[in-house]
Design a protein around this ligand. Structure first.
Ligand code: AHG
Ligand code: MN
Ligand code: MN
Length: 342
């Protein structure tokens, strides 16, 4: 008998025994995130038919125009996590401050969740893949409402992280520190089914992903790496390709499967980088490292950066180790301090 597909819930339950401290709460939390993702899948896939396109007519804490689907996704996740009983609170790209859930179950919950409820919002109205990014931390405070310190933890403290990509199919990809597994939503049965077990990112690749339009703004080291990609066509069996979707989730997912490097460097418009450390860089770095890749800010491993505020940004380079080696070699020019004449 053809072995049946394994659903996300069954997989989580099976793996529960190998995850430290696994007494079912983390499994329950992952299932709640899976449920919210199915609801957003439904709204994203009808985006053109129901009133979810376009701007919500407000700005978020980042001062960025908020799309209606950003708000819907944010509200959907918060509602699902509020009733989970496994989540003490949520920090989100769409909320200035975190939310501490009240009620005895939530106040005794072990975990907090950090969210980019809808990543790549600028692509919604043009029907290009968007995503959700989540990061799960074990709270540091004990009972009672969660506190800011529960969220301001290094990426190495994550107990789980993942993303959902709403693309040609909807996939949920996550890690609990024991490898990376991908699940494809089968809308006919409403279940995420294991489709990409033990994802490993190719050690080298020929895809570099960056917003070339900001090139004039980049450091000499980043420009040096881009020139390497452009000019080395001749001495490689496969020249590099530039692929940039504008949704971090989609660009990273492609690189995870095909190999590649994703870069969002500092620029004059984003002097600290654009992407947010706690709910974009850290969760994606956890996934990339668990799949055999590397993620840093040019000098420091992303998951070692000590956070000081919820929405802080970071420069980020992540992907196939051999491509990261070459990039880091090029970036040295940015960090060499002038030899002081004796
Ligand atoms: P979000 O929609 O959550 O604000 O994230 C958008 C991010 C990220 O998904 C993507 O890699 C990057 O913005 C694209 O930025 P540019 O359009 O400046 O290249
Ligand atoms: Mn984002
Ligand atoms: Mn977003």
């Amino acid at each position: 008998m053809q072995n049946r597909v394994l659903t996300l819930d069954e997989f989580i339950f099976q793996k529960q025994s190998v995850v430290n401290y696994a007494s079912g709460e983390l499994s329950g939390l992952l299932r709640d995130i899976g449920l919210a993702s199915k609801i957003i899948h439904r709204d994203v896939n009808k985006a053109g038919l129901i009133d979810v396109l376009g701007d919500a007519g407000k700005e978020n804490v980042q001062g960025e125009g908020v799309k209606k689907l950003d708000v819907i996704a944010n509200d959907t996740f918060i509602s699902s996590l509020r009733v989970s009983g496994q989540c003490a609170g949520v920090a989100s790209e769409e909320l200035e401050n975190f939310i501490a859930f009240t009620g005895s179950r939530s106040e005794r919950a072990k975990y907090v969740v950090l969210l980019d409820p809808l990543d790549g919002s600028s692509n919604i109205d043009v029907n290009v893949s968007v995503g959700t990014i989540f990061s799960i931390l074990r709270r540091k405070t004990s009972d009672g409402p969660c506190q800011l310190e529960d969220f301001l933890q290094k990426g190495v403290e994550q107990v789980a992280s993942g993303y959902v990509i709403y693309g040609s199919s909807t996939m949920l990809v996550y890690t609990t520190g024991h490898g990376v597994n991908g699940f494809t939503l089968d809308p006919s049965i409403g279940e995420f089914c294991l489709s990409h077990p033990d994802i490993l990112l190719p050690s080298d690749g020929s895809i570099y992903s960056i917003n070339h339009g900001h090139r004039w703004n980049f450091s000499n080291g980043v420009k040096k790496y881009i020139d390497h990609c452009i000019n080395s066509a001749g001495d490689r069996d496969k020249p590099y390709s530039l692929r940039y979707i504008g949704s971090m989730v989609a660009d990273i997912h492609r690189n995870l499967i095909k190999g590649g490097i994703f870069m969002y460097p500092l620029s004059k418009s984003y002097p600290n980088g654009k992407l947010r450390l706690l709910y974009e860089c850290n969760p994606m770095a956890f996934i990339v490292e668990q799949a055999g890749g590397r993620a840093n800010d040019g000098q420091t491993r992303i998951m070692e950066i000590d956070p000081y505020e919820l929405h802080q940004r970071s420069q980020i380079f992540m992907g196939s180790p051999k491509m990261m080696d070459k990039l880091e070699q090029c970036l040295k020019v940015d960090y060499v301090t002038e030899e002081v004449e004796g």
